[in-house]
Ligand binder design. Structure first.
Ligand code: GAL
Length: 413
């Protein structure tokens, strides 16, 4: 009996020792829907005996968070895990900062659980160094049908029609496009125009492969022409506005539409709104067969402490769990990164995203989001941000926009 009790005690002690570590997690999820999503990760880890040290750095798109991360890494105290994604994971891996969590990935069969478009990005030199939480679709248009009805407008499916319908809404005294004037939001709208006007092949050649001839083609003039038309369709208070504040303008009927990734859906959900009733989600104009993907992930920073390593491994394991992938994504507005998940609890927007993800992968319409760090290096995406935001906030001509884009990308490559 004593032996059994002692054995149980030892087992309990060992368990605590192996799982007692805290994880310090850097992220930028501070809006209503985002905070609810990340809270679930904290909950799962707490249940598993891992303490959570929250390291939230506000600022949509994550630019502020990345600046803070760099200063912590340079001073030799990186967090246990940080929300980084896309080619940045490779950049951090090349610098030798990341921890290999391949044993967790192998034990849990991640190669079979993830589409290769996702798993490839999570590996550095063939080993997993990051865990994906979701797949966001960026090319969405969020619309308030009551506002459209008031203005006698219809939900647009092409950019030319977008401009026609938006003018009707403006004439009715309402705001056509809810927008936050921050560089990453300008780039998000610009990306939707690139995809809708140029199509997926143009997008891939120009903004992923950075082919100079494609960037300098007439299609780029047309992209800037349409993008320029949108300047007159936003309200004068947009400079500096946060993306979730713009979403709330659509939610409360002040504005008709927002072009934003499906993290916007998290805000509609928190506000108790139902898709197809209170709001409508459709592909951004001209992009119905395409899908700009944005996979959020946590990369793990090398730790010397065994407890900290155990905490990282538990976090990686929880992230790919079915339960986490479902609840987190219901809150976040995205779809699970993990394959083969039940669809029943997801709404019609998520179903549309799941279907478009599969269909676009077959047609070549599945492209990485350059506005959300999935397509090109930080230097190149920074150059695109600058050009898009300068253009949108000035009266530059399409020809000016194009020449600045070609030059800025060339200089950043
Ligand atoms: C994206 C990120 C999303 C989202 C958004 C706003 O780049 O992938 O998770 O929350 O920014 O911050």
């Amino acid at each position: 009996m004593l032996k059994r009790t002692l054995a149980a005690c030892i087992a309990a002690t060992t368990m605590t020792a192996a799982t007692a570590a805290d994880v310090e997690v850097l992220h930028y999820w501070t809006s209503g829907g985002e905070a609810k999503s990340v809270a679930y990760l904290k909950e799962k880890l707490t249940e598993a005996g891992v303490g959570w040290k929250d390291f939230a750095v506000a600022g949509g798109g994550g630019e502020n968070a990345m600046t803070v991360l760099k200063s912590r890494a340079v001073s030799g105290t990186p967090p246990t895990a940080a929300q980084i994604k896309g080619p940045s994971i490779q950049e951090w891996g090349d610098l030798g900062f990341l921890a290999d969590i391949d044993s967790v990935a192998q034990a849990n069969n991640w190669d079979a659980l993830l589409p290769s478009v996702v798993s490839d990005v999570m590996k550095h030199e063939g080993k997993y160094v990051a865990a994906p939480v979701n797949v966001h679709r960026v090319n969405w248009l969020w619309a308030n049908p009551a506002v459209f009805q008031k203005a006698g407008a219809t939900i647009p499916t092409t950019w030319d029609d977008f401009i026609v319908q938006a003018k009707k809404i403006k004439d009715a005294g309402l705001i056509p496009l809810a927008h936050g004037g921050q560089a990453w939001q300008d780039a998000t709208v610009f990306e939707a125009v690139v995809l809708g006007v140029g199509g997926a092949d143009y997008y891939q050649k120009a903004f992923v492969e950075l082919d100079q001839a494609t960037l300098a083609s007439d299609t780029t003039d047309e992209v800037f022409r349409v993008f320029g038309e949108l300047r007159g369709l936003i309200d004068e208070n947009s400079p500096g506005r946060d993306w979730n504040v713009a979403t709330s303008m659509v939610i409360n009927g002040e504005a008709a539409m927002q072009i934003m990734g499906d993290w916007a859906k998290g805000e509609f959900t928190v506000a108790g709104k139902t898709p197809g009733v209170d709001y409508v989600c459709v592909a951004a104009p001209g992009t119905s067969g395409a899908f700009t993907f944005n996979v959020d992930s946590f990369a793990f920073f090398a730790q010397s402490d065994a407890d900290a390593q155990a905490g990282q491994q538990e976090m990686a394991k929880q992230i790919l769990g079915e339960d986490f992938q479902e609840v987190f994504n219901l809150n976040k507005g995205s779809i699970p990164a993990r394959l083969g998940m039940a669809r029943d609890n997801f709404d019609s927007c998520a179903h549309a995203s799941m279907d478009a993800f599969v269909a676009s992968a077959q047609t070549g319409g599945l492209v990485p989001s350059f506005a959300h760090g999935m397509a090109v290096s930080e230097a190149v995406s920074g150059a695109i941000y600058d050009v898009a935001t300068n253009y949108f906030n000035s009266d530059q001509s399409p020809a000016d926009g194009k020449s600045q884009l070609v030059e800025a990308i060339q200089a950043a490559m």
